[in-house]
Design a protein around this ligand. Structure first.
Ligand code: ZN
Length: 168
């Protein structure tokens, strides 16, 4: 498969991908929707060289979807394609931390925080793995302030298990 810029395709009943090239020539794929038993990720496995996967809009993944994801990573690895994930959504972080074979290199991810004072759940916060390398290596979420009352928010997940995906 040759990859053209702006190539858009349905990969299942509720999953879409937009493929393109970034300025530095690496391939990029933005996934939107749910990865489940109707998803076919195999077209992405043909991307050669390097591939940046944006997972911010992956809202749900089930166990069948995770198997499809693992197969995709295996195929890309066997092609020698360097995979990097950016803006990894919370549901994908959970799978990658829980399923050893689902791990891949992550450049940035979303983390859930809430405020103990005002109860605000807040939007998931984007965490850059390079900027916050020290916090993440120490097994903690970077400090974030509540947008309403400015106190430091707490992680909604246990950082130790949530961050297991980083041990790729
Ligand atoms: Zn608050």
């Amino acid at each position: 498969m040759s990859v053209r810029a702006g190539w858009r395709k349905s990969l299942g009943a509720s999953l879409e991908v937009e493929l393109g090239y970034r300025a530095d020539g690496t391939g990029s794929a933005t996934l939107t929707g749910q990865i489940d038993e109707t998803s076919d990720l195999s077209p992405l496995g043909d991307v050669k060289g390097s591939l940046v996967l944006d997972l911010a809009a992956v809202s749900y993944v089930n166990s069948t979807g995770v198997r499809a994801w693992v197969r995709l990573l295996r195929k890309l690895r066997s092609n020698g394609t360097a995979v990097s994930i950016r803006r990894c959504s919370i549901c994908m972080v959970m799978q990658m931390s829980f399923v050893e074979d689902a791990k891949a290199r992550v450049a940035s991810f979303y983390a859930p925080y809430s405020c103990a004072r005002c109860g605000a759940d807040g939007e998931p916060e984007l965490v850059d793995c390079t900027t916050h390398r020290a916090d993440l290596a120490a097994g903690r979420f970077p400090t974030r302030q509540c947008p309403r009352c400015a106190v430091v928010m707490s992680p909604d997940e246990d950082p130790e298990s949530y961050l297991l995906f980083l041990s790729e």
